[in-house]
Design a protein. Structure first.
Length: 509
């Protein structure tokens, strides 16, 4: 056993050898190289291990991903039924030096971030679907196989919600490990600011629980936005909030309203803090092939009693709408009805940018985005591009600070902000390189222009980022140093950095 560990360590290019608890390691005797990681899985857990061409394998590798860019072929898929299976899997992968991926909701479209090719192994969270409410209903325990639509639907009969994603098919673990923007963020901060406990599998194979006050409080802090370098989370305990019904829906506008719409975006950015129950997602979608651009805004108000004031500039008579579905309904109803708006299995890419709240910034970003998309992507089959301005208030940032702080350490003194996400979807794999190069180029161009005018902001939201964007480099240097220290403490062999290959890694920043 000791030999296996040393071999694993050498293959990983590290010299420190951590103590792997005997209980975790005993099981994997005989697994000597990555070729037989899958046969070890299959032997020990035949019902939960799927080899290529089996129906389970096909279901796990094709049925779960939002973006077609994630189509990959792992050597096998392991579907743990509980945290002990995850622990066993991590030890087996470690001792066989097998690279692996972990899939939560499968929404992040970067190839390799939640799937992997052979000889890598995919750990699927499909069956880690715990959903339970504490007796006093103040905490909901959520397994990482859930998506936000599952969480909201589960809580709805109790008149409760959790601080989670705004798109139902987004998975719970990815959103939370990157911080997580929520409709409720102006009231409660990042989604991760509302986690009360993480149950995790450490790289050693130990299953532990981390809270703000126990002996894993450093790990608890790191998990609120430090990504996947620290542990595999097998249960999130989230505080619940009372939110039986909300006012929510999508307003749409045509191109003739563009300037008024951009005014409204700017004004919401500036005055959004006045009522922190209000949230908005303004999205501009363009179809260059058809020469059509549409403007939309998802409006959200966390109360059964409407307050039209925060949205006055997104509604008549200040702007003309083409349609508006804003209505009182349970959040879970809205989430279920909007999920189909994100069609599955197109090719997807997104990139993140951030600015201070400025009318000039809004115009510059809008104009540059549309003109470059039209000039350079019109011939891409099935191309759709969208640009979303996410207003981030001082209240949003303050909630995180009041709640013990998080690794993101967003500078409250320069808030409010816009955190923008650019999205592209297309249909033909042959166009991948063109779209990726374009996405990288336009994002760099826009950020350069913003910087030159003093309008850029520093923080970049991990969950909206594209491959190669620097994330941790924009966290406060002291926080990054602390993240690196915590990572080294809990995973000296770099299992979750070198073997779990996907994702943004603190040690590489
Ligand atoms: C997951 O759990 C369900 C029962 O909830 C079971 O029917 C199914 O076979 C399990 N899937 C795998 C891959 O283990
Ligand atoms: C695209 O639409 C805009 C206005 O909607 C119009 O001014 C422009 O001429 C159109 N371009 C083409 C190539 O049809
Ligand atoms: C709407 O826009 C006007 C400026 O046209 C601004 O004074 C007002 O505060 C805005 N309202 C809100 C709620 O943002
Ligand atoms: C755009 O990208 C963001 C990135 O986080 C994603 O959550 C969102 O679902 C995407 N929107 C669309 C319409 O594809």
């Amino acid at each position: 056993m000791f030999t296996h560990r040393v071999v694993a360590a050498l293959l990983l290019g590290v010299t420190a050898v951590a103590a792997v608890p005997a209980a975790a390691a005993v099981e994997v005797e005989g697994a000597t190289n990555q070729k037989n990681a899958c046969s070890t899985f299959k032997q020990k857990y035949p019902d939960y291990t799927f080899l290529p061409n089996s129906p389970g394998y096909i279901w796990e590798t094709q049925g779960h991903y939002w973006s077609a860019t994630l189509a990959q072929s792992p050597a096998c898929v392991f579907v743990p039924q509980n945290e002990n299976h995850v622990s066993w899997a991590v030890s087996t992968l470690t001792l066989t030096s097998t690279k692996f991926a972990v899939r939560g909701g499968g929404h992040m479209p970067i190839p390799g971030y939640n799937n992997i090719d052979s000889p890598g192994v995919l750990l699927s969270t499909s069956n880690l679907t715990t959903l339970t409410l504490s007796r006093d209903k103040s905490v909901v325990s959520v397994g990482p196989g859930n998506r936000w639509r599952d969480v909201y639907a589960y809580l709805q009969p109790s008149g409760l919600a959790a601080i989670g994603g705004r798109v139902g098919k987004v998975g719970v673990p990815g959103l939370l490990l990157g911080g997580g923007i929520s409709f409720y963020s102006n009231q409660y901060g990042f989604a991760a600011d509302n986690v009360v406990k993480y149950q995790v599998v450490l790289a050693s194979g130990s299953v532990v629980e981390a809270t703000a006050t126990n002996s894993y409080s450093d790990l608890f802090w790191a998990l609120k936005g430090g990504g996947n370098s620290f542990a595999i989370v097998t249960r999130f305990d989230l505080r619940t909030v009372k939110s039986p019904q909300v006012w929510v829906g999508i307003a749409q506008y045509d191109q003739s309203q563009a300037q008024k719409y951009l005014d409204a975006v700017y004004n919401f950015g500036k005055y959004g803090s006045l009522d922190s129950k209000a949230a908005i997602i303004p999205t501009i979608v363009t179809f260059p092939g058809m020469n059509v651009t549409a403007y939309a805004a998802a409006k959200f108000y966390d109360s059964t009693v409407n307050n039209p004031k925060p949205f006055e500039n997104f509604t008549a008579p200040n702007i003309m709408t083409v349609a508006d579905s804003y209505a009182l309904q349970p959040l879970s109803t809205y989430i279920a009805s909007t999920d189909p708006l994100q069609p599955d299995y197109l090719r997807q890419e997104f990139r993140v940018m951030s600015s201070i709240v400025s009318r000039d910034a809004v115009q510059l970003i809008h104009d540059t985005f549309l003109s470059q998309v039209y000039a350079k992507l019109s011939n891409i089959a099935g191309i759709q591009a969208s640009l979303t301005f996410q207003p981030v208030t001082k209240e949003f940032i303050r909630q995180g600070i009041n709640n013990g702080g998080n690794p993101q350490g967003v500078d409250i003194s320069k808030a409010p902000y816009f955190w923008m996400v650019e999205n592209w979807s297309w249909t033909d794999e042959a166009d991948d390189d063109t779209v990726y190069a374009f996405a990288k180029g336009i994002t760099a161009d826009i950020m350069k222009m913003l910087k030159k005018k003093g309008l850029a902001a520093d923080y970049l939201y991990m969950n909206d980022a594209g491959k190669g964007q620097e994330i941790f480099q924009h966290y406060p240097p002291a926080n990054l140093a602390r993240l690196k220290q915590i990572r080294a403490k809990y995973d000296p062999l770099k299992i979750y950095t070198a073997l779990l290959t996907g994702g943004w890694k603190v040690s590489q920043a």
